[in-house]
Design a protein around this ligand. Structure first.
Ligand code: SAH
Ligand code: SF4
Length: 355
């Protein structure tokens, strides 16, 4: 087979510097013969001062600015739409450099807190029955910088420091593992966003190899797992891609995570009428939690475009809450935010919002 020799254009095609994680950036700067403290300087320019051009990195020597400009571009999100909810939640539609779009949500809280829900992929390949993103299909993975920038952009729009960030927007974080970890580390990095690791949450649909890897990461990031049913046939129906990872494997991986990290994962459970809200489902959920350090987060299913299932009744939600508590399982009910602007869980989709 004849190999194609890269021409000068290929060798020099500039790439987005924000696609690099901290290690990648450090390696690129070392290759240019730069001392290690340059990494810190460049990160601060990119994510704290959020400059648009290498020219603006005024504490870097001019030749280095030129060398960076030759090799790299600086990716940027374009805010296509920002909608405000009655409860002060804001939903953003960001356009990425190649035209793909993602949605993010900013939720202000008491004492100046701000939680940002960001996307890890444009679309999602998992096809969960109840989720607007799943119904819309997969577009592409996001880069490190595209994730960090969503959080930075929302913080800037609110004019607040971001206190919490959750990977619960579009996409499955563990289907884009390396970029997601790179982004989590920059979100945590004092030279970038400086958000405490415990205030950074990853929500996964339950990709077991990803969970096992995540358990080995040294940082104390917070883990949430979308369970939605502890009965195999129901879960297979709701989350078809997860049939590859049976509930017994998921429970074993969660147990190993707890043993390894000493941290309590959340199990997310959106109550869906006549599918996962029966007493039998509740008993299965209680049994799944038994012997596992966990927290159950009950979610009112949010209506979403293209989603044919309906939310369970308030009585069923209360029954779940009560019985879980009686079984000694820590439980909370997720507060619904921004549903009037389709910014709530599972309502994020691909196209521009109408209206
Ligand atoms: N892919 C990851 C993270 C993004 S989804 C995951 O599945 O965990 C974020 C959360 O929203 C998950 O818990 C998901 O199950 C939940 N969700 C999806 N559709 C929903 C809907 N229509 N109503 C309420 N929650 C929903
Ligand atoms: Fe993807 Fe999560 Fe939606 Fe499932 S619930 S389709 S994994 S975003």
């Amino acid at each position: 087979m004849r190999s194609r020799r890269p021409g000068p254009a290929d060798a020099e095609a500039p790439s987005d510097i924000k696609a690099l994680d901290r290690k990648g950036l450090a390696a690129a700067l070392a290759e240019l013969g730069e001392p290690s403290y340059r990494t810190e300087q460049v990160l601060r320019w990119l994510y704290q001062r959020r400059i648009r051009g290498f020219d603006e990195m005024t504490d870097l020597p001019r030749p280095l600015r030129g060398a960076l400009d030759d090799r790299f571009t600086i990716g940027r999100l374009h805010t296509e739409v920002c909608e405000a909810s009655r409860d002060a939640t804001r939903k953003y539609l960001f356009r990425l450099t190649d035209g793909a779009t993602v949605e993010s949500v900013g939720m202000p809280g008491a004492r100046g807190r701000l939680t940002v829900c960001y996307s890890t992929q444009a679309g999602c390949a998992m096809g969960c029955l109840f989720c607007a993103t799943g119904v819309g299909g997969f577009v592409r993975n996001l880069s490190v910088g595209e994730m960090v920038d969503q959080v930075a952009e929302v913080g800037a729009d609110f004019g607040r420091r971001v206190s919490n960030a959750v990977a619960m927007g579009q996409g499955e974080p563990f289907a884009n593992y390396d970029a997601t970890l790179g982004a989590l580390r920059l979100l945590n990095d004092e030279d970038a966003l400086g958000i405490g690791a415990r205030h950074l949450t990853v929500s996964t649909c339950g990709i077991v190899p990803g969970l096992r890897r995540f358990a080995e990461e040294p940082e104390q990031f917070t883990l949430a797992v979308s369970l939605h049913s502890a009965i195999q046939s129901t879960r297979d129906r709701l989350m078809p891609a997860m049939a590859a990872y049976p509930l017994s494997d998921l429970k074993a991986a969660l147990g190993a995570y707890v043993d390894r990290t000493g941290r309590r994962p959340s199990l997310e459970y959106a109550l869906i009428a006549d599918i996962n809200d029966s007493p039998v489902e509740l008993a299965a959920l209680v049994a799944f939690c038994q012997g596992l350090l966990c927290h159950v987060n009950l979610i009112h299913l949010n209506p979403a475009e293209g989603v044919a299932v309906a939310r369970a009744s308030a009585e069923r939600l209360r029954a779940f809450e009560r019985e879980l508590a009686e079984a000694g399982i820590e439980t909370s009910v997720r507060r619904e935010r921004g549903s009037d602007i389709s910014a709530a869980c599972g309502q994020l989709r691909q196209s521009a919002p109408s209206g």
